[in-house]
Write a protein that binds this ligand. Sequence first.
Ligand code: EPU
Length: 335
Amino acid sequence: MELINNASLKPFVTFGVEATCDHLYRVDEIDELRLAAQYLDSPLVLGGGSNILPIGNINKSVLRLELKGFEIVKEEGPDVLVKVAAGEVWHEVVMWAVNQGLGGIENLSLIPGTIGASPIQNIGAYGVELVSVFESLEAIEIGTGQVKEFLKAECKFGYRDSIFKNEVRGRYIITAVTLRLKRDYVVNTTYGSIQDVLQHKGITHPTIRDVSNAVIEIRQSKLPDPKVIGNAGSFFKNPMIHSDHFDSIKKTYLDLPGYPDPSGHTKIPAGWLIEKAGWKGKRMGDVGSYDKQSLVLVNYGNASGEEIWELAQKIIASVQGLFDITLHPEVNLWK
Ligand code: EPU
């Protein structure tokens, strides 16, 4: 374990904003983590820093999880259960699975961040969410240092949501995640843009690798690379609105996209709302809404967390004024 006092978080958050924390603990041993979990007062937990916006300096301790390791724990017919330590990089896990011919997470290629963070918001993209391959996770309770296992049902996964964002928020540190991958996986190409890429390449019977490559291509064409332009992917969640509300907006905006669900609500792409409100590609100093995907807020250089949050609030206000829809951040705000 390494301890850095008054540490800069800039290299550890993909938004690339300057912010310090009182103490940064880089932890690569589970026993040290258990000790730290017992003695630190409400530490914040950092994985790949790809879904966090620090707003100002953080007067707290931050634990950066650098636990590594992969293990096939069980094979059940065509199913392979793989236990992965929290600090492993998500995309590297996907590439490992693709190379092994194990299906289930290829649609989640190139999502930034670590595997330990993946259950917190039930990461999802191109028609697949983590929940569909999730088996269980191990976590350490802050305060006691005790280890607890969470099975799928206990995690209460939803759209970009889980128990770790609600009932037990800030109470556990996820140390390992077990995935159920499949040797006989039938690929999921329901998402329109995956079909377009495959068709363009003349691929009629896509393999796991073909789907992974298609997703990588789509993401690279639309989303900014955090190593080049600071960002944290989608800044807001896609809002769910009542179908009556959807119908009333649709009278004015015939091109309004929406995905109805059985509860009588419709999910609207926040990117569409932000674009219609005039923010797509807009830049104010070093912050902006990305020109190829307006849902992504970007740091073009030396933006501060406060400036990014200021832009986010302006976007929230104009979408509210225009459509009477409240956007909620998808990224975690650290204050
Ligand atoms: N759209 C616009 N203008 C924009 C952006 C999007 O009109 O500037 C509309 C279009 O109608 C487009 C639709 O939004 O067809 C959907 O766009 P996209 O496929 O890019 O998906 P999204 O709903 O904007 C979500 C996830 C992404 C994920 C993609 C693909 C959320 C908050 N975001 O974005 O996740 O990669 O679907 O599945 O659910 C992330 O979480 O960081 C992230 C990038």
